[in-house]
Write a protein that binds this ligand. Structure first.
Ligand SMILES: [Zn+2]
Length: 609
Protein backbone atom coordinates (compact mmCIF):
# COMPACT_ATOMS: atom_id res chain seq x y z
CA UNK A 1 0.00 0.00 0.00
CA UNK A 2 2.79 2.32 1.01
CA UNK A 3 4.71 1.46 -2.16
CA UNK A 4 1.69 2.08 -4.32
CA UNK A 5 1.16 5.33 -2.61
CA UNK A 6 4.73 6.37 -3.31
CA UNK A 7 4.50 5.29 -6.94
CA UNK A 8 1.23 7.13 -7.23
CA UNK A 9 2.69 10.28 -5.76
CA UNK A 10 5.68 10.15 -8.12
CA UNK A 11 3.34 9.73 -11.09
CA UNK A 12 1.16 12.51 -9.75
CA UNK A 13 4.18 14.77 -9.35
CA UNK A 14 5.28 14.04 -12.91
CA UNK A 15 1.81 14.83 -14.26
CA UNK A 16 1.64 17.97 -12.12
CA UNK A 17 5.00 19.19 -13.45
CA UNK A 18 3.98 18.39 -17.02
CA UNK A 19 0.80 20.43 -16.58
CA UNK A 20 2.76 23.38 -15.17
CA UNK A 21 5.26 23.17 -18.02
CA UNK A 22 2.47 22.96 -20.60
CA UNK A 23 0.90 25.97 -18.94
CA UNK A 24 4.11 27.95 -19.32
CA UNK A 25 4.49 26.88 -22.93
CA UNK A 26 0.88 27.83 -23.59
CA UNK A 27 1.32 31.23 -22.01
CA UNK A 28 4.51 31.73 -23.95
CA UNK A 29 2.66 30.90 -27.15
CA UNK A 30 -0.22 33.16 -26.32
CA UNK A 31 2.59 35.58 -25.72
CA UNK A 32 1.26 37.71 -22.88
CA UNK A 33 4.79 37.79 -21.63
CA UNK A 34 5.61 41.44 -21.78
CA UNK A 35 5.44 44.14 -19.18
CA UNK A 36 4.93 47.71 -20.29
CA UNK A 37 7.02 50.31 -18.54
CA UNK A 38 5.18 53.22 -17.04
CA UNK A 39 5.26 56.51 -18.91
CA UNK A 40 7.78 58.83 -17.28
CA UNK A 41 5.79 62.00 -17.86
CA UNK A 42 2.11 62.93 -17.87
CA UNK A 43 0.23 64.81 -20.58
CA UNK A 44 0.06 68.51 -19.87
CA UNK A 45 -3.42 69.81 -19.13
CA UNK A 46 -4.78 71.83 -22.05
CA UNK A 47 -5.00 74.98 -19.97
CA UNK A 48 -1.25 75.10 -19.43
CA UNK A 49 -0.61 75.04 -23.15
CA UNK A 50 -1.14 78.77 -23.50
CA UNK A 51 2.27 78.52 -25.14
CA UNK A 52 4.96 80.99 -25.92
CA UNK A 53 2.85 84.09 -25.36
CA UNK A 54 4.83 84.67 -22.21
CA UNK A 55 8.04 84.72 -24.23
CA UNK A 56 6.88 87.94 -25.86
CA UNK A 57 7.05 89.51 -22.42
CA UNK A 58 10.62 88.38 -21.74
CA UNK A 59 12.75 91.46 -20.99
CA UNK A 60 14.69 92.49 -24.09
CA UNK A 61 18.27 92.10 -22.95
CA UNK A 62 19.84 91.46 -26.34
CA UNK A 63 20.27 93.95 -29.17
CA UNK A 64 20.40 92.44 -32.64
CA UNK A 65 21.84 94.83 -35.20
CA UNK A 66 21.15 93.84 -38.79
CA UNK A 67 21.71 95.46 -42.16
CA UNK A 68 18.89 94.89 -44.66
CA UNK A 69 21.08 96.16 -47.50
CA UNK A 70 23.41 93.17 -47.07
CA UNK A 71 22.82 90.35 -49.52
CA UNK A 72 22.21 87.44 -47.14
CA UNK A 73 20.77 89.52 -44.31
CA UNK A 74 17.49 87.57 -44.19
CA UNK A 75 19.15 84.18 -43.81
CA UNK A 76 21.49 85.40 -41.06
CA UNK A 77 18.99 87.38 -39.05
CA UNK A 78 16.26 84.73 -39.24
CA UNK A 79 18.79 82.15 -38.06
CA UNK A 80 19.77 84.27 -35.06
CA UNK A 81 16.20 85.05 -34.14
CA UNK A 82 15.38 81.35 -34.14
CA UNK A 83 18.31 80.53 -31.89
CA UNK A 84 17.55 83.38 -29.47
CA UNK A 85 13.89 82.39 -29.31
CA UNK A 86 14.84 78.77 -28.62
CA UNK A 87 17.14 80.04 -25.86
CA UNK A 88 14.37 82.36 -24.55
CA UNK A 89 16.61 85.39 -24.89
CA UNK A 90 14.48 88.50 -25.31
CA UNK A 91 15.85 90.68 -28.12
CA UNK A 92 15.28 93.89 -29.99
CA UNK A 93 16.10 93.83 -33.67
CA UNK A 94 17.30 97.04 -35.27
CA UNK A 95 17.97 97.39 -39.00
CA UNK A 96 20.83 99.87 -39.13
CA UNK A 97 20.25 100.51 -42.84
CA UNK A 98 16.97 102.16 -41.90
CA UNK A 99 16.96 102.84 -38.18
CA UNK A 100 19.02 104.69 -35.63
CA UNK A 101 21.33 102.61 -33.43
CA UNK A 102 19.86 102.66 -29.91
CA UNK A 103 21.58 103.31 -26.60
CA UNK A 104 23.77 100.28 -25.79
CA UNK A 105 23.40 100.67 -22.04
CA UNK A 106 19.88 99.21 -22.24
CA UNK A 107 21.27 95.79 -23.16
CA UNK A 108 23.34 92.96 -21.71
CA UNK A 109 24.39 91.49 -25.06
CA UNK A 110 24.76 92.78 -28.61
CA UNK A 111 24.98 90.74 -31.79
CA UNK A 112 26.29 92.35 -34.97
CA UNK A 113 24.77 90.54 -37.94
CA UNK A 114 26.57 92.40 -40.71
CA UNK A 115 30.01 92.51 -42.29
CA UNK A 116 30.64 96.17 -42.89
CA UNK A 117 31.45 97.49 -39.42
CA UNK A 118 31.79 101.04 -40.78
CA UNK A 119 28.01 101.16 -40.52
CA UNK A 120 28.54 101.59 -36.78
CA UNK A 121 30.22 104.94 -37.45
CA UNK A 122 31.07 106.81 -34.28
CA UNK A 123 28.97 104.38 -32.29
CA UNK A 124 31.91 101.97 -32.56
CA UNK A 125 33.75 103.90 -29.84
CA UNK A 126 30.72 103.71 -27.59
CA UNK A 127 30.41 99.98 -28.36
CA UNK A 128 33.99 99.40 -27.33
CA UNK A 129 33.48 101.22 -24.04
CA UNK A 130 30.25 99.33 -23.42
CA UNK A 131 32.11 96.00 -23.80
CA UNK A 132 34.93 97.17 -21.52
CA UNK A 133 32.36 97.97 -18.87
CA UNK A 134 31.03 94.41 -18.90
CA UNK A 135 28.98 93.97 -22.07
CA UNK A 136 29.07 90.91 -24.30
CA UNK A 137 29.30 91.57 -28.03
CA UNK A 138 29.27 88.96 -30.78
CA UNK A 139 30.26 89.43 -34.40
CA UNK A 140 28.15 86.90 -36.21
CA UNK A 141 29.81 87.05 -39.61
CA UNK A 142 33.30 87.47 -41.02
CA UNK A 143 33.91 91.22 -41.07
CA UNK A 144 35.11 93.29 -44.01
CA UNK A 145 38.54 94.96 -43.63
CA UNK A 146 37.18 98.46 -43.13
CA UNK A 147 38.42 101.35 -40.98
CA UNK A 148 36.10 100.53 -38.07
CA UNK A 149 37.14 96.89 -38.26
CA UNK A 150 40.80 97.99 -37.90
CA UNK A 151 39.86 100.15 -34.94
CA UNK A 152 37.96 97.35 -33.17
CA UNK A 153 40.29 94.47 -34.12
CA UNK A 154 42.79 94.79 -31.22
CA UNK A 155 39.94 94.85 -28.70
CA UNK A 156 38.48 91.75 -30.33
CA UNK A 157 41.74 89.88 -29.75
CA UNK A 158 43.22 90.30 -33.23
CA UNK A 159 47.00 90.78 -33.28
CA UNK A 160 47.45 91.05 -37.00
CA UNK A 161 45.89 90.14 -40.31
CA UNK A 162 42.46 90.96 -41.54
CA UNK A 163 43.36 92.04 -45.02
CA UNK A 164 43.08 88.74 -46.86
CA UNK A 165 40.66 85.84 -46.88
CA UNK A 166 41.00 82.10 -47.35
CA UNK A 167 38.61 79.43 -48.47
CA UNK A 168 37.91 76.97 -45.71
CA UNK A 169 37.27 73.29 -46.32
CA UNK A 170 36.89 72.04 -42.81
CA UNK A 171 36.81 72.90 -39.15
CA UNK A 172 38.19 71.48 -35.92
CA UNK A 173 36.39 72.24 -32.69
CA UNK A 174 38.45 72.69 -29.58
CA UNK A 175 37.82 71.85 -25.98
CA UNK A 176 35.22 73.80 -24.08
CA UNK A 177 33.01 75.05 -26.88
CA UNK A 178 30.27 72.46 -27.20
CA UNK A 179 29.01 69.50 -25.20
CA UNK A 180 30.58 66.50 -26.93
CA UNK A 181 32.46 68.76 -29.33
CA UNK A 182 36.07 68.41 -28.20
CA UNK A 183 38.28 67.54 -31.20
CA UNK A 184 35.25 67.26 -33.44
CA UNK A 185 36.32 67.49 -37.08
CA UNK A 186 33.91 68.56 -39.77
CA UNK A 187 35.47 68.45 -43.22
CA UNK A 188 33.05 69.47 -45.93
CA UNK A 189 35.67 69.46 -48.67
CA UNK A 190 34.24 71.93 -51.16
CA UNK A 191 35.55 75.40 -50.34
CA UNK A 192 32.15 76.80 -49.42
CA UNK A 193 33.17 79.03 -46.54
CA UNK A 194 35.47 82.01 -46.46
CA UNK A 195 37.39 83.20 -43.40
CA UNK A 196 39.55 86.20 -42.67
CA UNK A 197 43.24 85.41 -42.16
CA UNK A 198 44.06 86.61 -38.67
CA UNK A 199 46.50 86.01 -35.86
CA UNK A 200 45.24 86.47 -32.35
CA UNK A 201 46.55 87.90 -29.11
CA UNK A 202 47.09 85.95 -25.94
CA UNK A 203 43.88 87.27 -24.45
CA UNK A 204 41.88 85.43 -27.11
CA UNK A 205 40.68 81.84 -26.68
CA UNK A 206 40.22 79.94 -29.92
CA UNK A 207 37.32 77.45 -29.98
CA UNK A 208 37.31 76.48 -33.65
CA UNK A 209 39.93 76.65 -36.38
CA UNK A 210 40.30 75.55 -39.99
CA UNK A 211 41.42 71.94 -40.33
CA UNK A 212 44.25 72.71 -42.76
CA UNK A 213 47.83 73.71 -41.97
CA UNK A 214 46.96 77.40 -41.72
CA UNK A 215 44.72 76.75 -38.68
CA UNK A 216 42.79 79.98 -39.21
CA UNK A 217 40.78 80.87 -36.10
CA UNK A 218 37.10 80.48 -36.99
CA UNK A 219 35.56 81.18 -33.62
CA UNK A 220 37.13 82.86 -30.65
CA UNK A 221 36.37 84.89 -27.58
CA UNK A 222 38.45 87.73 -26.18
CA UNK A 223 38.33 89.30 -22.75
CA UNK A 224 38.15 93.06 -22.99
CA UNK A 225 38.06 94.98 -19.73
CA UNK A 226 35.10 93.60 -17.81
CA UNK A 227 33.40 92.33 -20.95
CA UNK A 228 33.76 89.82 -23.76
CA UNK A 229 33.95 89.78 -27.54
CA UNK A 230 32.96 86.66 -29.44
CA UNK A 231 33.92 86.54 -33.10
CA UNK A 232 32.53 84.13 -35.70
CA UNK A 233 34.93 84.02 -38.62
CA UNK A 234 32.82 81.65 -40.76
CA UNK A 235 29.49 81.70 -42.56
CA UNK A 236 27.40 79.04 -40.83
CA UNK A 237 23.77 80.04 -40.41
CA UNK A 238 21.65 76.99 -41.14
CA UNK A 239 19.14 75.02 -39.17
CA UNK A 240 21.83 72.37 -38.69
CA UNK A 241 24.23 74.88 -37.10
CA UNK A 242 21.95 76.37 -34.47
CA UNK A 243 23.85 74.55 -31.73
CA UNK A 244 27.10 76.22 -32.81
CA UNK A 245 25.44 79.64 -32.72
CA UNK A 246 23.99 78.85 -29.31
CA UNK A 247 27.43 77.82 -28.03
CA UNK A 248 29.01 81.01 -29.37
CA UNK A 249 26.27 83.23 -27.96
CA UNK A 250 26.36 81.54 -24.55
CA UNK A 251 29.93 82.81 -24.03
CA UNK A 252 28.71 86.41 -23.89
CA UNK A 253 27.34 86.16 -20.39
CA UNK A 254 29.10 85.10 -17.21
CA UNK A 255 26.34 82.55 -16.65
CA UNK A 256 24.10 81.78 -19.57
CA UNK A 257 20.92 79.84 -18.84
CA UNK A 258 18.52 78.42 -21.41
CA UNK A 259 15.77 75.79 -21.32
CA UNK A 260 16.35 72.36 -22.86
CA UNK A 261 14.22 69.29 -23.55
CA UNK A 262 16.57 66.63 -22.20
CA UNK A 263 15.52 63.60 -24.23
CA UNK A 264 17.27 60.80 -26.03
CA UNK A 265 14.92 58.94 -28.37
CA UNK A 266 15.60 56.11 -30.82
CA UNK A 267 12.90 55.26 -33.33
CA UNK A 268 12.71 51.99 -35.25
CA UNK A 269 10.66 52.70 -38.36
CA UNK A 270 8.84 49.80 -40.01
CA UNK A 271 9.26 47.75 -36.88
CA UNK A 272 7.30 45.66 -36.34
CA UNK A 273 6.27 45.08 -39.92
CA UNK A 274 5.98 42.05 -42.22
CA UNK A 275 9.47 40.55 -42.47
CA UNK A 276 10.68 40.26 -46.07
CA UNK A 277 10.89 36.69 -47.35
CA UNK A 278 14.01 35.24 -48.87
CA UNK A 279 17.55 36.48 -49.05
CA UNK A 280 19.45 39.76 -48.88
CA UNK A 281 22.70 39.75 -50.85
CA UNK A 282 24.90 41.05 -48.05
CA UNK A 283 23.16 39.13 -45.30
CA UNK A 284 23.70 35.90 -47.17
CA UNK A 285 27.33 36.93 -47.81
CA UNK A 286 28.12 37.78 -44.19
CA UNK A 287 25.83 35.51 -42.17
CA UNK A 288 24.68 32.76 -44.53
CA UNK A 289 21.10 33.24 -43.33
CA UNK A 290 17.86 34.40 -44.84
CA UNK A 291 16.50 37.80 -43.88
CA UNK A 292 13.98 36.50 -41.38
CA UNK A 293 16.56 34.48 -39.49
CA UNK A 294 19.00 37.41 -39.59
CA UNK A 295 16.46 39.80 -38.03
CA UNK A 296 15.62 37.39 -35.21
CA UNK A 297 19.07 36.05 -34.47
CA UNK A 298 21.49 38.84 -35.28
CA UNK A 299 19.96 42.27 -35.85
CA UNK A 300 17.46 42.34 -33.01
CA UNK A 301 19.71 40.78 -30.34
CA UNK A 302 22.37 43.35 -31.30
CA UNK A 303 19.88 46.21 -31.03
CA UNK A 304 18.72 44.95 -27.64
CA UNK A 305 22.25 45.09 -26.24
CA UNK A 306 21.97 48.90 -26.46
CA UNK A 307 18.92 48.79 -24.17
CA UNK A 308 20.87 46.83 -21.61
CA UNK A 309 24.01 48.90 -21.87
CA UNK A 310 22.60 52.43 -22.11
CA UNK A 311 18.95 52.13 -21.11
CA UNK A 312 17.74 53.10 -24.59
CA UNK A 313 13.96 52.81 -24.99
CA UNK A 314 12.99 52.10 -28.59
CA UNK A 315 9.90 53.52 -30.18
CA UNK A 316 8.83 50.98 -32.80
CA UNK A 317 6.65 52.17 -35.66
CA UNK A 318 4.16 49.61 -36.92
CA UNK A 319 3.35 48.88 -40.55
CA UNK A 320 0.62 46.25 -40.94
CA UNK A 321 1.06 45.42 -44.60
CA UNK A 322 3.28 46.40 -47.52
CA UNK A 323 0.56 46.58 -50.18
CA UNK A 324 0.44 49.83 -52.14
CA UNK A 325 -3.36 49.83 -51.97
CA UNK A 326 -4.99 53.19 -51.25
CA UNK A 327 -8.49 52.26 -52.35
CA UNK A 328 -10.83 49.37 -51.63
CA UNK A 329 -10.45 47.08 -48.66
CA UNK A 330 -7.66 46.76 -46.12
CA UNK A 331 -7.58 43.18 -44.88
CA UNK A 332 -6.21 42.17 -41.49
CA UNK A 333 -2.62 40.92 -41.44
CA UNK A 334 -2.74 37.16 -40.93
CA UNK A 335 0.90 36.51 -40.16
CA UNK A 336 1.02 37.90 -36.64
CA UNK A 337 3.76 35.73 -35.18
CA UNK A 338 6.62 38.11 -36.02
CA UNK A 339 4.61 41.09 -34.82
CA UNK A 340 4.16 39.38 -31.47
CA UNK A 341 7.71 38.15 -31.19
CA UNK A 342 9.42 41.50 -31.90
CA UNK A 343 6.68 43.72 -30.47
CA UNK A 344 6.55 42.00 -27.10
CA UNK A 345 10.30 42.07 -26.73
CA UNK A 346 10.42 45.73 -27.66
CA UNK A 347 7.76 46.58 -25.10
CA UNK A 348 9.35 44.39 -22.49
CA UNK A 349 12.57 46.35 -22.90
CA UNK A 350 11.02 49.67 -21.95
CA UNK A 351 9.85 50.54 -25.45
CA UNK A 352 6.67 51.73 -27.02
CA UNK A 353 4.91 51.08 -30.34
CA UNK A 354 3.46 53.86 -32.44
CA UNK A 355 1.65 54.15 -35.74
CA UNK A 356 3.50 54.32 -39.05
CA UNK A 357 0.57 53.32 -41.25
CA UNK A 358 -1.57 50.45 -42.50
CA UNK A 359 0.85 50.36 -45.40
CA UNK A 360 3.71 52.62 -46.44
CA UNK A 361 1.69 55.02 -48.61
CA UNK A 362 2.03 58.55 -47.11
CA UNK A 363 -1.07 60.48 -46.05
CA UNK A 364 -1.27 62.54 -49.22
CA UNK A 365 -4.44 62.88 -51.22
CA UNK A 366 -5.19 63.02 -54.96
CA UNK A 367 -3.22 65.80 -56.60
CA UNK A 368 -0.25 65.73 -54.21
CA UNK A 369 3.04 66.05 -56.11
CA UNK A 370 5.71 63.61 -54.96
CA UNK A 371 8.13 65.42 -57.34
CA UNK A 372 9.57 62.15 -58.65
CA UNK A 373 11.25 61.70 -55.29
CA UNK A 374 9.38 58.52 -54.44
CA UNK A 375 6.99 56.10 -56.07
CA UNK A 376 3.83 56.19 -53.97
CA UNK A 377 0.10 56.28 -54.54
CA UNK A 378 -2.04 59.07 -53.23
CA UNK A 379 -5.26 58.40 -51.33
CA UNK A 380 -8.41 59.10 -53.36
CA UNK A 381 -10.45 60.18 -50.34
CA UNK A 382 -10.35 60.71 -46.61
CA UNK A 383 -12.72 57.74 -46.23
CA UNK A 384 -10.26 55.25 -47.70
CA UNK A 385 -7.35 56.66 -45.71
CA UNK A 386 -9.47 56.55 -42.59
CA UNK A 387 -10.56 52.95 -43.04
CA UNK A 388 -6.94 51.86 -43.61
CA UNK A 389 -5.74 53.74 -40.52
CA UNK A 390 -8.63 52.40 -38.42
CA UNK A 391 -7.70 48.88 -39.42
CA UNK A 392 -4.07 49.50 -38.48
CA UNK A 393 -4.95 51.04 -35.11
CA UNK A 394 -7.31 48.17 -34.38
CA UNK A 395 -4.61 45.66 -35.30
CA UNK A 396 -2.04 47.45 -33.16
CA UNK A 397 -4.36 47.72 -30.17
CA UNK A 398 -5.36 44.06 -30.46
CA UNK A 399 -1.76 42.93 -30.57
CA UNK A 400 -0.54 45.16 -27.74
CA UNK A 401 -3.50 46.08 -25.51
CA UNK A 402 -1.26 47.50 -22.80
CA UNK A 403 0.45 49.89 -25.23
CA UNK A 404 -1.04 53.25 -26.17
CA UNK A 405 -0.17 54.25 -29.72
CA UNK A 406 0.27 58.00 -29.33
CA UNK A 407 3.12 58.64 -31.77
CA UNK A 408 2.77 58.90 -35.53
CA UNK A 409 5.69 58.73 -37.95
CA UNK A 410 4.75 59.59 -41.54
CA UNK A 411 5.84 56.95 -44.08
CA UNK A 412 9.09 58.19 -45.67
CA UNK A 413 8.59 61.31 -43.53
CA UNK A 414 6.07 62.58 -46.07
CA UNK A 415 2.86 64.14 -44.81
CA UNK A 416 0.75 66.62 -46.75
CA UNK A 417 -0.95 69.55 -45.11
CA UNK A 418 -4.31 67.87 -45.69
CA UNK A 419 -2.94 64.65 -44.22
CA UNK A 420 -1.80 66.55 -41.14
CA UNK A 421 -5.28 68.06 -40.64
CA UNK A 422 -6.92 64.71 -41.37
CA UNK A 423 -4.85 63.02 -38.65
CA UNK A 424 -5.74 65.58 -36.04
CA UNK A 425 -9.45 65.34 -36.87
CA UNK A 426 -9.86 61.59 -37.12
CA UNK A 427 -7.20 60.19 -34.81
CA UNK A 428 -7.04 62.30 -31.66
CA UNK A 429 -5.14 59.47 -29.94
CA UNK A 430 -2.09 60.74 -31.83
CA UNK A 431 -0.40 63.21 -29.52
CA UNK A 432 3.03 63.35 -31.15
CA UNK A 433 4.17 63.51 -34.77
CA UNK A 434 7.78 62.53 -35.36
CA UNK A 435 9.08 63.38 -38.83
CA UNK A 436 12.27 65.29 -39.77
CA UNK A 437 14.11 68.24 -38.25
CA UNK A 438 16.04 69.28 -41.35
CA UNK A 439 14.21 70.35 -44.49
CA UNK A 440 14.10 67.98 -47.45
CA UNK A 441 12.56 68.15 -50.91
CA UNK A 442 9.07 66.99 -50.00
CA UNK A 443 9.41 65.74 -46.44
CA UNK A 444 7.46 67.12 -43.51
CA UNK A 445 9.97 69.11 -41.47
CA UNK A 446 9.36 70.27 -37.94
CA UNK A 447 10.57 72.24 -34.96
CA UNK A 448 10.57 70.90 -31.40
CA UNK A 449 7.27 72.45 -30.35
CA UNK A 450 3.57 72.21 -29.71
CA UNK A 451 1.84 72.99 -33.02
CA UNK A 452 -1.05 75.45 -33.18
CA UNK A 453 -3.55 72.55 -33.08
CA UNK A 454 -2.03 71.13 -29.89
CA UNK A 455 -0.23 68.17 -31.51
CA UNK A 456 3.38 67.94 -30.36
CA UNK A 457 6.11 67.96 -32.99
CA UNK A 458 9.15 65.89 -32.07
CA UNK A 459 11.35 65.70 -35.18
CA UNK A 460 14.06 63.16 -35.85
CA UNK A 461 17.44 64.72 -36.50
CA UNK A 462 19.62 61.86 -37.70
CA UNK A 463 19.06 58.42 -39.17
CA UNK A 464 20.50 55.12 -40.23
CA UNK A 465 23.76 53.47 -39.29
CA UNK A 466 26.25 55.05 -41.69
CA UNK A 467 26.28 58.07 -39.37
CA UNK A 468 28.74 60.11 -41.39
CA UNK A 469 30.20 63.45 -40.27
CA UNK A 470 27.14 65.40 -41.47
CA UNK A 471 24.87 63.30 -39.27
CA UNK A 472 27.23 63.68 -36.36
CA UNK A 473 27.43 67.42 -36.91
CA UNK A 474 23.61 67.60 -36.85
CA UNK A 475 23.55 65.47 -33.72
CA UNK A 476 26.15 67.63 -31.99
CA UNK A 477 24.21 70.81 -32.74
CA UNK A 478 20.92 69.40 -31.51
CA UNK A 479 22.52 68.07 -28.37
CA UNK A 480 23.86 71.52 -27.53
CA UNK A 481 20.76 73.59 -28.21
CA UNK A 482 18.04 71.21 -27.00
CA UNK A 483 19.96 68.51 -25.11
CA UNK A 484 18.26 66.07 -27.45
CA UNK A 485 19.23 62.99 -29.37
CA UNK A 486 16.61 61.97 -31.93
CA UNK A 487 17.53 59.12 -34.26
CA UNK A 488 15.66 56.66 -36.45
CA UNK A 489 16.61 53.61 -38.40
CA UNK A 490 14.97 50.72 -40.22
CA UNK A 491 15.64 47.01 -39.92
CA UNK A 492 16.00 46.96 -43.70
CA UNK A 493 18.92 49.43 -43.69
CA UNK A 494 21.00 46.28 -44.05
CA UNK A 495 19.27 45.49 -47.35
CA UNK A 496 19.70 48.89 -48.99
CA UNK A 497 23.00 49.88 -50.58
CA UNK A 498 22.21 53.57 -50.17
CA UNK A 499 21.95 53.00 -46.45
CA UNK A 500 25.22 51.11 -46.22
CA UNK A 501 24.18 47.49 -46.91
CA UNK A 502 27.42 46.68 -48.74
CA UNK A 503 29.44 47.58 -45.63
CA UNK A 504 27.71 44.74 -43.83
CA UNK A 505 25.87 44.81 -40.53
CA UNK A 506 28.98 44.41 -38.43
CA UNK A 507 30.36 47.72 -39.73
CA UNK A 508 26.98 49.45 -39.53
CA UNK A 509 26.35 48.27 -36.00
CA UNK A 510 29.89 49.37 -35.14
CA UNK A 511 29.02 52.88 -36.36
CA UNK A 512 25.86 52.89 -34.32
CA UNK A 513 27.70 51.70 -31.18
CA UNK A 514 30.33 54.36 -31.73
CA UNK A 515 27.68 57.08 -32.01
CA UNK A 516 25.78 55.84 -28.97
CA UNK A 517 29.00 55.68 -26.99
CA UNK A 518 29.83 59.29 -27.96
CA UNK A 519 26.31 60.38 -27.01
CA UNK A 520 26.24 58.86 -23.54
CA UNK A 521 29.83 59.82 -22.79
CA UNK A 522 29.19 63.44 -23.80
CA UNK A 523 25.74 63.65 -22.22
CA UNK A 524 25.84 61.15 -19.37
CA UNK A 525 22.69 62.47 -17.73
CA UNK A 526 20.48 62.73 -20.84
CA UNK A 527 17.13 60.98 -20.30
CA UNK A 528 16.18 57.91 -22.31
CA UNK A 529 12.59 58.49 -23.34
CA UNK A 530 10.07 56.83 -25.62
CA UNK A 531 8.57 58.92 -28.41
CA UNK A 532 5.48 59.93 -26.45
CA UNK A 533 7.51 60.87 -23.37
CA UNK A 534 9.92 62.82 -25.59
CA UNK A 535 6.86 64.65 -26.89
CA UNK A 536 5.69 65.41 -23.37
CA UNK A 537 9.15 66.71 -22.51
CA UNK A 538 9.03 68.90 -25.62
CA UNK A 539 5.69 70.35 -24.51
CA UNK A 540 7.14 71.29 -21.13
CA UNK A 541 10.09 72.94 -22.88
CA UNK A 542 7.97 74.78 -25.41
CA UNK A 543 5.68 76.53 -22.96
CA UNK A 544 8.51 77.62 -20.69
CA UNK A 545 9.77 81.15 -20.50
CA UNK A 546 12.25 82.58 -18.05
CA UNK A 547 12.22 85.72 -15.99
CA UNK A 548 15.68 86.27 -14.63
CA UNK A 549 17.02 88.60 -11.96
CA UNK A 550 20.76 88.88 -11.33
CA UNK A 551 22.52 90.19 -8.28
CA UNK A 552 26.20 90.00 -7.48
CA UNK A 553 26.10 86.57 -5.94
CA UNK A 554 22.89 85.01 -7.09
CA UNK A 555 20.57 84.46 -10.03
CA UNK A 556 16.86 84.14 -9.47
CA UNK A 557 14.71 82.46 -12.10
CA UNK A 558 10.96 82.62 -12.31
CA UNK A 559 9.77 79.95 -14.71
CA UNK A 560 6.57 80.88 -16.51
CA UNK A 561 4.68 77.92 -17.91
CA UNK A 562 6.27 75.62 -15.35
CA UNK A 563 4.08 72.56 -14.73
CA UNK A 564 5.90 69.85 -12.74
CA UNK A 565 9.52 70.11 -13.80
CA UNK A 566 11.79 71.95 -16.18
CA UNK A 567 15.28 71.36 -17.53
CA UNK A 568 17.74 74.15 -18.13
CA UNK A 569 21.28 74.34 -19.39
CA UNK A 570 23.62 76.55 -17.40
CA UNK A 571 26.91 77.57 -18.96
CA UNK A 572 29.21 79.18 -16.44
CA UNK A 573 31.96 81.23 -18.03
CA UNK A 574 33.21 83.45 -15.25
CA UNK A 575 31.31 82.27 -12.21
CA UNK A 576 30.89 79.04 -10.28
CA UNK A 577 27.58 77.82 -8.97
CA UNK A 578 27.84 76.94 -5.29
CA UNK A 579 24.22 76.14 -4.48
CA UNK A 580 20.75 75.78 -5.93
CA UNK A 581 17.33 75.90 -4.35
CA UNK A 582 14.16 74.90 -6.22
CA UNK A 583 16.05 72.30 -8.20
CA UNK A 584 19.21 70.28 -8.55
CA UNK A 585 22.33 70.77 -10.59
CA UNK A 586 24.50 68.21 -12.33
CA UNK A 587 27.78 68.82 -14.12
CA UNK A 588 27.89 67.64 -17.74
CA UNK A 589 31.38 68.62 -18.82
CA UNK A 590 33.51 71.74 -19.31
CA UNK A 591 31.43 74.78 -18.30
CA UNK A 592 28.08 73.07 -18.82
CA UNK A 593 25.64 72.14 -16.06
CA UNK A 594 22.20 70.59 -16.30
CA UNK A 595 19.67 72.20 -14.00
CA UNK A 596 16.57 70.21 -13.06
CA UNK A 597 14.01 72.68 -11.74
CA UNK A 598 11.40 71.13 -9.50
CA UNK A 599 9.77 74.42 -8.54
CA UNK A 600 8.84 77.47 -10.58
CA UNK A 601 11.24 79.64 -8.57
CA UNK A 602 14.91 78.75 -8.67
CA UNK A 603 17.72 80.44 -6.82
CA UNK A 604 21.28 79.91 -8.00
CA UNK A 605 24.08 80.96 -5.67
CA UNK A 606 27.27 82.07 -7.33
CA UNK A 607 30.88 82.60 -6.52
CA UNK A 608 32.74 84.96 -8.81
CA UNK A 609 36.29 84.40 -10.01
ZN1 LIG B 1 8.93 53.57 -42.96
Amino acid sequence: MYKMCKRFSITFLAIFLAVILAGFLFLDNVGMNYTMSEAQLTDLPKATIARKEKYEETPKTCLLLTDSSMENNDVLSVHLREVLEDMRVGYVIVDIALEEIPDFSLYKTIVLVFQNLDLLGEKSIELCQWVQQGGGCMLFCTPEPTAVYRYLAPYMGVKEGGISYSEIQGMNLKEGLMIGGTDFNFHWGDPMAVAMNVQLNDNASVYAESDDDSKIPLLWSAECGEGTWVVNNHGFAEKATRGLTCAAYSMLEETCIYPVINASAFFLDDFPSPVPMGDGTYIRRDYNRDISSFYSNVWWPDMLTLCEEYGIRYTGMLIEDYSDETDGVFPRQTDTERFEHFGYMLLDNGGEIGMHGYNHQPLCFTGFDFKDEVDYNTWPSEETAESAMREAFDYLDTLYPENTAAVYVPPSNILSEEGRTFLKEHFPQIKVIASLYLEGEIEYSQEFEIAEDGVIEFPRVISGAILDQYMRWDALNTLNLYYVNSHFMHPDDVLDEDRGAADGWEVLFGNLCDYVDWLYTSAPNIRNLTGSDAGRATARYDILSIERTDTRDEIRLRLDGFWDEAWLMARCNGQSIVGVTGGTLEHIGDDYYLLHATQDQVRIELEGE
